[in-house]
Unconditional design. Structure first.
Length: 156
């Protein structure tokens, strides 16, 4: 579990000073704000977030993405990606790094032998902790079950 809670709507009381605002002044200036009129609380915001963003299925009403399963049951299985020559990727994570010996700018002429060279050049997966090259098919179901406050750096 995280070691501290993020500030949501119930911020600590502050007095005006260098680099600090005044909580009492903000309440006067923004008196109609739901944060200041008492209609929002950290608990309510967390519950609303769980309801709207962490429901098993969410829908944007057809605006852009339609219906999406939040547990990522349909995430891609990168082990099923076809690799090879003739324009296919060299691995599920990147292009075939070989070049066609006849027409260097024609992906259809890329030899299948580039798959081995691409695998040999495979990096560690990224700048963040963990193996960023693990298939989403394996990781997404585990992460999709997590709820706010449960994601732990390097362990999710």
């Amino acid at each position: 579990m995280p070691t501290h809670k993020q500030i949501k709507v119930e911020s600590p009381v502050r007095t005006f000073g260098l680099g600090s605002s005044s909580t009492s002044n903000l309440k006067i200036i923004y008196s109609a704000s739901p944060v200041n009129d008492g209609s929002l609380s950290d608990v309510l915001v967390e519950e609303l977030y769980q309801e709207l963003n962490q429901a098993p299925v969410i829908s944007d009403g057809g605006h852009t993405f339609g219906t999406i399963e939040r547990d990522y049951q349909e995430s891609p299985n990168l082990e099923e990606v076809a690799v090879g020559g003739a324009g296919l990727p060299g691995s599920p994570y990147g292009p075939n790094i070989a070049v066609s010996p006849v027409e260097p700018h024609n992906p259809a002429g890329i030899p299948e032998a580039g798959v081995e060279a691409t695998a040999n050049a495979r990096g560690g997966g990224g700048a963040f902790q963990g193996d960023g090259l693990e298939s989403p098919h394996r990781t997404s179901q585990r992460i999709g079950r997590r709820r706010i406050g449960e994601l732990i750096f390097g362990k999710s």
